[in-house]
Ligand binder design. Structure first.
Ligand SMILES: *Cc1c(COP(=O)(O)O)cnc(C)c1O
Length: 388
């Protein structure tokens, strides 16, 4: 049976997939089962930070697999502890909790906030409209978009929503029961919407004043995508808690949550756990990604991010009636169209460029962080044709 038919028959239908089956990848390119080549500007949805089959990543994973794949968190492992050290020493947060996905990294943050709030009897968490935080019950409740909630019954209590980039709305939503405010520094699924620096600064000041935790969801915009290791470093606004996942281990499932010491202390042994979290295989991969980022790749993100933006503006100037706006930071860019983006994305894929939407009208560009000028030129050529 053809792969797609097997999938149709045996895999639960939670995705509407393109009728494509991929077999292998190399750098910025992936190849389907017929050998057709695609330039990949999706990167597994901002996951393959080092592109496909990066030699250092492959080597680290192979060597670690031959030594020890998993050991549980009953014990220490070297890759987990060195990755934690790198993340702490290159940022402003003090402790790391490892898990396996974005949703789990958000769940960990929500639980940490509630535990922290239990000391003062506060448990309300404010999140933003148009946000996306994942699909588990806590994360999906935090997601400020009704259609993700419909049909699933009661959501988690004590989660309220405010308007992103609107400080008055946040301020007016805060009550005596508020313990944390959660947001994405750049909203991803909601349509590639960067926070305004002033907004983050105002929310930070409000949180300081009221002992409310500022929590960032950097699952998509973190791990170098904006040109700094952590998204908060691009803004110069330090959260108390930060969750990330997607790109951290270059495609090996890995998520993590970091916190300031005084917040992290709220968790004591037994409070929270993950069987697979931070296992040697995933964190060996995470070490390679962080080493590459700090070893010069962040400069490439800044350079290529600026180039991608410039080229997207050029393409949009050629399609004035169709393109409403280009926005984003670094290698997380979006192009908002005046028409639904789906057909244009399908055309680009047909022409050998993988793209993904973010909301109905937005084309998202989240290539691997190793992307070059030539890759961007080629992608823009195809995009131009797909739009025209
Ligand atoms: C993808 C994403 C998540 C959820 O991550 P999963 O690994 O799919 O659970 C959470 N927050 C943001 C901002 C995301 O982009």
């Amino acid at each position: 049976m053809k792969t797609a038919d097997l999938g149709e028959k045996y895999v639960m239908k939670t995705y509407s997939r393109f009728p494509l089956t991929f077999e292998r990848g190399e750098g910025m390119y992936v190849y389907d089962e017929n050998g057709k080549e695609y330039l990949d500007f999706v990167a597994g949805i901002a996951v393959n930070s080092l592109g496909h089959n990066h030699p250092k990543l492959v080597k680290a994973i192979s060597e670690q697999a031959a030594k020890l794949i998993h050991i549980s968190n009953l014990y220490y492992s070297r890759p987990q502890c060195t990755l934690a050290q790198k993340l702490v020493e290159n940022g402003s947060l003090d402790k790391v909790f490892f898990c396996n996905s974005g949703a789990e990294a958000i769940e960990s943050a929500l639980k940490l906030a509630r535990k922290y709030g239990s000391k003062t009897g506060r448990q309300e968490i404010i999140t933003m409209h148009k946000s996306f935080h994942g699909r588990t019950f806590g994360a999906v409740t935090a997601t400020g978009q009704d259609h993700y909630h419909e049909g699933f019954g009661d959501m988690l209590p004590n989660i309220k929503y405010a308007t992103f980039n609107d400080f008055e709305s946040v301020k007016n939503t805060v009550t005596e029961n508020t313990v944390a405010i959660l947001m994405e520094p750049v909203q991803g699924e909601g349509g590639i919407i960067p926070a305004k620096k002033e907004f983050l600064e105002q929310v930070r000041a409000l949180c300081d004043e009221k002992d409310i935790l500022l929590m960032f969801d950097e699952v998509q915009c973190g791990v170098g995508r904006l040109g700094t290791l952590f998204a908060y470093q691009t803004y110069g606004v330090v959260p108390d808690v930060m969750s990330t996942a997607k790109g951290i281990a270059g495609g090996v499932p890995c998520g993590l949550m970091m916190a300031k010491e005084k917040v992290a202390e709220a968790f004591v042994p037994g409070d929270h756990a993950s069987t697979f979290g931070g296992n040697p295989l995933a964190t060996a991969a995470g070490n390679v990604v962080v080493d590459e980022l700090l070893g010069g790749l962040l400069d490439n993100v800044k350079e290529q991010g600026a180039y991608l933006r410039e080229k997207l503006e050029e393409v949009s100037a050629k399609h004035k009636d169709l393109v409403k706006e280009v926005r984003g930071i670094g290698l997380m860019q979006g192009m908002e169209l005046t028409e639904p983006a789906g057909d244009y994305i399908a055309k680009a894929i047909d022409m050998g460029l993988l793209l993904v939407g973010a909301g109905k009208y937005i084309i998202r560009f989240v290539p691997s962080l190793i992307v070059s000028k030539e890759d961007i030129d080629k992608a823009m050529e195809i995009l131009d044709k797909a739009l025209g």
